[in-house]
Design a protein around this ligand. Structure first.
Ligand code: SF4
Length: 161
């Protein structure tokens, strides 16, 4: 146990060096959140590729939490929804209810091409539309999937840190 503790202490922080700070919050809602954003993730119909990259953005290398963005388990504790995937028929109502459960001020971040414009699932029988067709989207992160750097940069744009 002590050996492990000494190793952790000796290794120190291994996250990537922080890139330059973004110019400022992207939206008026983001500005009102004061540099700390609690995020509830919702998979509305993703292939899980975007989830892998979100996991990486919050992992030890990119460590998005150091910029004030934190994933939470309940929409009632959240300021923002991080939505992935084209919205499937079965997820329209749960997505709307999750949004309604988030206290204001709140914002929606669409992560990935599917969330932005249905991507490769456009026209599929089970797809209702993009996230923007169901909820007011304030921030979009393009890519299939977006890189963890792009996701982290978008979150930093919201926290302003
Ligand atoms: S944008 Fe690409 S990686 Fe993300 S859910 Fe769609 S197909 Fe999967």
């Amino acid at each position: 146990m002590w050996r492990l503790w000494r190793k952790i202490r000796k290794t120190g922080r291994v996250a990537e060096p922080a890139p330059a700070r973004p110019a400022g919050p992207l939206t008026s809602v983001a500005a009102r959140l004061g540099g700390s954003v609690q995020i509830r993730h919702v998979d509305a119909g993703s292939c899980n590729g975007c989830e892998v990259e979100i996991g990486s953005a919050f992992g030890p290398v990119h460590d998005a939490e150091r910029y004030g963005a934190r994933l939470v388990a309940s929409p009632r504790h959240a300021d923002a929804l991080l939505v992935t995937g084209a919205v499937t028929r079965n997820m329209v109502e749960p997505l709307r209810r999750t949004y309604d459960a988030v206290p204001g001020p709140k914002l929606v971040v669409a992560v990935g091409d599917c969330a932005r414009d249905c991507g490769v699932f456009k026209g599929a029988y089970g797809v209702v539309g993009s996230v923007g067709d169901v909820l007011p989207v304030e921030v979009s992160v393009p890519g299939c999937p977006p890189t963890p750097e792009a996701i982290t940069a978008a979150l930093r744009g919201i926290t302003g840190r």
